[in-house]
Design a binder for this molecule. Structure first.
Ligand SMILES: Cc1cc2nc3c(=O)[nH]c(=O)nc-3n(C[C@H](O)[C@H](O)[C@H](O)COP(=O)(O)OP(=O)(O)OC[C@H]3O[C@@H](n4cnc5c(N)ncnc54)[C@H](O)[C@@H]3O)c2cc1C
Length: 396
């Protein structure tokens, strides 16, 4: 398809052109670029850098592993952002230098006036011995591998095992277990398949409150899914058939799929922007780091919310991207700064291939997070399908 040339939101201004550089083309980075571009005219440059031209939507993985999503339809090409006036650079980001205001990449050095760090969370596959060679549903290639294994599975035990918080999309292990239950029932093998979920937290979905946590527990137990809490996975045996946990227990299984340990990407840690903290601290109203006009959004940052932090989820990364785009545009154009970031967002939590709930709310409400877990419904699944389509066409 040939793309129309981008004309910009208005006439070219007399202002000296500014450079807005966005690192990472995931949920957060794309929304930051789109949001800034929506206000800034063509005299200003909006550039996005990612090593991956076609990022995949991880939120599809739980359905992808049971054959309910097409592996060719889980990505979107960042090159298509050109028709929105956003310049995409396919490159590895090697060094972020906030004092020199530039970023070294595999295709050269890029300077900036405003920087958005949206590089997500990296996986430390070696933090849990054996995890690298075990199964997982937290990465597209691992999910495709697990899909092939499940397509041949007729009996045995499946263990989903998270290592330690924080990890992306906290409902994902429970959601995946319920989807596996639905898949096994549909294939007539449920009586021959055991499903267990091990999580490091004292209960599922703690960030959404006690009531939501209890409801998820009972949803799992009514489906015959074993939930073991305060039991982060510490090791997977070399043959991938035995997992050990932080509570001293261990189990054997046919398929062990882990949620890997998440960490700050090395290039972000090396930049010093996190001040040695595990994630990048930011001003929660503007998502600005300790370095002026340098912002960090999405999984790479930490935004405290009551006793927890805003979950690492695409909806929050996207919401933060929109806010940061507005903040940057207001600073460039001299208009008044937008309302503070409110921490609002909902994640889908599918209970099967046909029904989905949502969990979320306002995470920066006065008096602590104000969240709700809805009932799983058919219309919830239709909304999830729409969300995936919208993501692929850059509406989210
Ligand atoms: C199984 C699963 C289910 C999920 N379900 C949901 C859900 O239902 N709803 C939801 O909202 N979220 C969900 N998530 C979470 C969601 O995918 C993430 O929270 C979201 O992608 C974070 O967005 P981000 O922009 O911060 O980072 P990312 O989307 O991870 O983007 C970071 C980008 O930076 C690039 N990058 C990193 N380092 C470099 C480098 N050195 N050089 C160049 N490029 C680099 C990467 O290629 C990547 O494209 C799920 C995640 C998983 C794993």
């Amino acid at each position: 398809m040939r793309l129309k040339a981008w004309k910009g939101p208005g006439a070219i201004s007399n202002m000296v052109g500014k450079k807005v550089l966005v690192l990472g083309g995931g949920f957060g980075g794309v929304q930051a670029a789109i949001s800034a571009r929506a206000t800034l005219d063509a005299s200003h440059e909006v550039k996005i850098v990612d090593r991956n031209r076609v990022p995949h939507l991880c939120g599809m993985n739980p359905l992808l592993i049971v054959g309910e999503r097409d592996t060719n339809k889980t990505g979107r090409s960042l090159g298509r952002l050109a028709n929105r006036g956003i310049n995409f650079v396919e490159a590895n980001i090697d060094l972020i230098d906030t004092s020199a205001q530039n970023v070294a990449t595999s295709v050269g050095t890029l300077d900036y006036d405003y920087l958005v760090i949206a590089l997500g969370a990296a996986y430390d596959w070696d933090a849990v011995p054996g995890a690298r060679d075990a199964y997982s549903f937290y990465d597209f290639d691992y999910a495709r591998h697990l899909r092939r294994r499940l397509s041949r599975l007729k009996r045995g035990k499946i263990v989903l095992a998270a290592a330690k918080p924080p990890y992306k999309c906290p409902p994902a292990p429970m959601e995946t277990a319920m989807i596996l239950n639905w898949w096994a029932r549909r294939n007539g093998i449920r009586k021959d398949i055991d499903i267990s979920v091990y999580i490091p937290e004292p209960g599922p979905l703690g960030v959404a409150g006690k009531e939501a946590s209890m409801r998820v527990r009972s949803a799992l137990s009514s489906r015959g899914i074993e939930l073991v809490t305060s039991a982060g996975v510490t090791e997977v045996s070399a043959d991938g058939r035995e997992a050990s946990f932080a509570d001293g227990s261990s189990t054997t299984a046919t398929v062990i799929a882990t949620v890997p340990v998440h960490k700050l990407p090395n290039v972000v840690a090396a930049s010093g922007i996190s001040g040695g903290k595990p994630w990048v601290p930011v001003n929660k109203a503007t998502l600005e780091t300790s370095s002026p006009n340098v912002f960090a959004i999405g999984d790479v940052n930490v935004v405290p919310s009551g006793d927890f932090a805003i979950p690492k989820a695409g909806v929050f990364a996207a919401g933060q991207g929109t806010k940061v785009g507005e903040v940057i545009a207001s600073r460039i154009t001299g208009s008044s700064e937008p309302e503070p970031y409110a921490g609002v967002g909902f994640c889908f939590m599918a209970y099967s291939g046909g029904r989905s709930a949502t969990v979320g709310g306002q995470f920066l409400a006065e008096g602590g997070p104000d969240t709700i877990l809805s009932e799983p419904t058919v219309s919830g699944m239709k909304s999830k399908d729409r969300f995936e389509r919208d993501w692929r066409s850059f509406k989210i």
